[in-house]
Design a protein around this ligand. Structure first.
Ligand code: 13P
Length: 340
């Protein structure tokens, strides 16, 4: 492990007001999104879709790193360039999702544990040799009747810390993603309480496993009311709650926090990140950035719809979202940007 290099990579992922593009949907998740739009669900269509994304002109002006999926790193662009090389050539740092997905947690109905630690050490060394420089592991926490349990939070936090330590050993920056889901009728206050509990547990586990916090990126949910909660808070209320929750639970040594979008609309994901930076930027120990999948890709996927003829216009939509989020990091995003 070269700690200096890890720290430099982590810093580069949140430098210059850029953010991450998560394009690492597993095959089942990608197929589900394609199916909803009537797009064929096969390896070639997933490849073509990801080529559309990564060849978007100007993408690297807003995007620092791209999270790829296992299938994609073995695929090539139409001109034969392997994806990892194509990403690197644009000046974007390539990374990869390495978890094995969230499965039912035994003895805990309604709760999940992310699998994938077995054999991870060898895989990570292989990824580093292939030119990948960071990794991602997502844990899922559900708010519901009597859940989350401390048992579920402990198990997921422990796995995240074991993964992070293995990443550092292999020279990869771990993106640590404990996602408290938006699904449910819980209040913003409940999400705050659970998110704080989850983050404190994750950082305790990272400490136990000896992970250098200067070389990680945290990818949390924003603090939001549940999707079916009768009270939907304002953008500023979400910004205040999210930053206050993070201030209580994320050590200052962490260089950057890059939010997931979690099913928020693309516009809200930009507006909420913007509000946090308008209100708090320059007063925080860490950068507040983005690592969105749906909130960057969804409008472009809908336009593309599997058609070669739509590539250029879909790329414009993708770049637009990337630019909106770059502006949100600067606290310069506004609704007028959406009218262009
Ligand atoms: P969303 O932004 O669509 O939540 O995806 C982020 C992600 O990488 C999930 O693991």
């Amino acid at each position: 492990m070269n700690t200096k290099e890890l720290i430099n990579t982590a810093k580069a992922l949140v430098a210059n007001d850029k953010g991450l593009l998560a394009m690492d949907e597993s095959n089942p998740t990608c197929n589900k999104r394609f199916a909803a739009l009537g797009i064929p669900q096969d390896a070639e269509t997933r490849r073509a879709y990801r080529e559309m994304i990564i060849t978007t002109p100007g993408l690297s002006e807003c995007i620092s790193g791209a999270i790829l999926y296992e299938e994609t790193i073995h695929q090539q662009l139409t001109d034969g360039t392997p994806f990892i090389k194509a990403v690197t050539n644009t000046g974007i740092i390539p990374g990869i999702k390495v978890d094995g997905g969230a499965k039912e947690l035994a003895g805990h109905p309604g709760e999940k544990i992310t699998e994938g630690l077995d054999g991870l050490r060898d895989r990570l060394h292989q990824y580093a040799k292939m030119g990948l420089r960071f990794a991602k592991w997502r844990a899922v926490i559900t708010i519901g009747d009597g859940i989350p349990s401390q048992g579920c939070i402990d198990a997921n936090a422990h796995a995240l810390a074991r993964y992070a330590a293995l990443c550092h050993e292999a020279g990869l920056v771990p993106i640590i993603e404990p996602e408290v889901l938006m699904e449910g009728n819980h209040t913003l206050e409940k999400c705050f309480e659970v998110t704080e509990q989850v983050l404190r547990t994750v950082f305790n586990q990272l400490y136990s496993q000896g992970v250098a916090l200067e070389g990680v990126i945290l990818k949390p949910n924003m603090v939001l009311p549940g999707l079916t909660c009768s009270k939907q808070n304002t953008v500023d209320e979400v910004a205040d709650a999210t930053v206050n929750c993070l201030l209580r639970s994320v050590p200052a040594a962490v260089p950057g926090i890059a939010f997931l979008s979690g099913g928020q609309s693309a516009e809200l994901a930009s507006a909420r990140l913007n509000a946090m930076n308008v209100r708090f930027k320059n007063h925080l120990p860490w950068a507040l950035a983005f690592s969105y999948a749906r909130a960057i890709q969804q409008p472009a996927m809908e336009i593309w719809n599997g058609q070669e003829a739509k590539v250029i216009i879909a790329q414009k939509a993708l770049l637009h979202r990337a630019k909106c989020n770059l502006a949100a990091r600067r606290g310069e995003y506004n609704a007028a940007m959406e009218k262009i």
